[in-house]
Design a protein around this ligand. Structure first.
Ligand SMILES: [Fe+2]
Length: 398
């Protein structure tokens, strides 16, 4: 994703003979994107990656979106979710559109020992709220810590193995490729000095484990809105070496270097990832605006062509009260959003914020699912009303 990387053993050139100690040829596989024009990796398998023992249709996993939902600000309380399933089966799609989906999981258990996952229709951005473990992939292992984004390119066979459960996980699917914003990079692809991170912050697979045994292993393949279970007569991590630009990476939200200013800086300074039809931003602890008359939290805002989703990693968000750790707010295009009554004045004495949040801004409206409405705080739209006697709003944060 970021730069050339290689692990394991490789022949001197591509597309030449590469044999094991017994003289058997390894099976070369080119893993290309955007036809042959995008980033690609080349890998060498012990077995033929085309050999399949069996396949089984597992049925549709297409999100079912609610039509014609009324326009209003939303507050979804993921704290009300119950632990369920593994990092694939536990996903509850809350919203989505033609470009992306947002799923939430409170992961209850690991995948079965002989099972892996492959999403062939979307790049995935996993935000691991509070889990520690390993992303095991055909490209090698990536250590995962709380606060990590893990970007998994489509087609990667992988598994998220966590040390303990339950774990809060956000899964953003991107139907276009995920990258860092172009404005952070020079013509050679290198991060520029004004970027809020550098190459050192992106952790590529560090250890390639090659499995040689012949035994049955399953890969749940997500494609065409369905899951198909492929059974292979060998371990899918049978790669002795690979190189290229396609591989999963981890980036910690705690390594994001916030950009601050004398007066309020707009949301693009928080941008972390770019994708087709949406962006992902990180709101991190930082010094607040330091002009002597600065208003230190955002102004009222009508983003006329974006839906804005915020996932709160803690309950310390300067412009918003009444949210919990794990809350999601959705501020749709068409109506303004902004600080709740009293929040601007209350922010004046503060010099720092400890907020930690993940934002997704989409350029096409998001549709909600029944799972989202099922954890909604129905009174959130009232939270900008000034409390008066009799309207039941004793806390302006409601
Ligand atoms: Fe906004």
């Amino acid at each position: 994703m970021i730069r050339y990387h290689r692990l394991g053993d490789l022949p001197k050139k591509k597309h030449i003979q590469f044999r094991d100690e017994a003289g058997k040829l390894y099976a070369e596989q080119l893993f290309s994107t955007h036809g042959f024009d995008g980033p690609m990796s080349t890998m060498y398998h012990i077995n033929l990656p085309t050999e399949v023992k069996a396949w089984e249709d597992m049925g549709s996993v297409k999100p079912v979106y609610l039509d014609d939902e009324p326009l209003r600000h939303r507050h979804l309380k993921t704290a009300e979710m119950k632990p369920e399933g593994n990092f694939v089966t536990g996903r509850k799609v809350l919203m989505g559109n033609q470009d992306c989906t947002w799923a939430q999981a409170l992961v209850a258990e690991p995948m079965p020992e002989n099972q892996f996952f492959k999403n062939t229709e979307a790049d995935e951005i996993l935000f691991v709220h509070d889990g520690t473990g390993t992303l095991e992939s055909m490209y090698g292992d990536v250590a995962v810590r709380p606060g990590d984004y893990v970007v998994v390119p489509r087609g990667t066979i992988y598994r998220l193995s966590l040390e303990s459960y339950p774990v809060r996980l956000v899964v953003m699917e991107s139907f276009g490729p995920v990258s860092t914003p172009k404005r952070y990079r020079n013509a050679y692809g290198q991060m520029l000095e004004h970027a809020p991170y550098s190459e050192r912050d992106f952790r590529a697979p560090h250890e390639l484990k090659t499995y040689r045994e012949r035994a049955d292993y399953e890969v749940i393949v997500r494609s065409r809105g369905r899951h198909t279970k492929y059974t292979y007569p060998f371990h899918p991590f049978d790669i002795v070496g690979w190189d290229g630009f396609v591989y999963p990476v981890a980036f910690s939200i705690h390594d994001f270097q916030p950009i601050t200013g004398a007066i309020h800086m707009p949301p693009p300074i928080h941008q972390t990832f770019a994708a087709h039809g949406f962006v992902v931003c990180s709101f991190c602890p930082r010094v607040l605006d330091f002009h002597p008359e600065a208003i230190k939290i955002p102004y009222n805002h009508s983003n006329v062509d974006s839906d804005e989703v915020l996932y709160y990693c803690n309950d310390k968000f300067g412009s918003r009260k009444g949210i919990q750790e794990g809350s999601i707010t959705l501020h749709p295009l068409g109506i303004p959003h902004g600080p709740q009554p009293g929040a601007v004045e209350a922010s004046m004495p503060h010099t720092h914020t400890n907020e930690l949040a993940v934002m997704m801004d989409t350029f096409r409206p998001l549709k909600l699912t029944a799972a989202a409405v099922g954890i909604e705080d129905p009174n959130y739209w009232k939270s900008w009303q000034t409390p008066t006697e009799g309207n039941g709003l004793d806390d302006p944060g409601r």
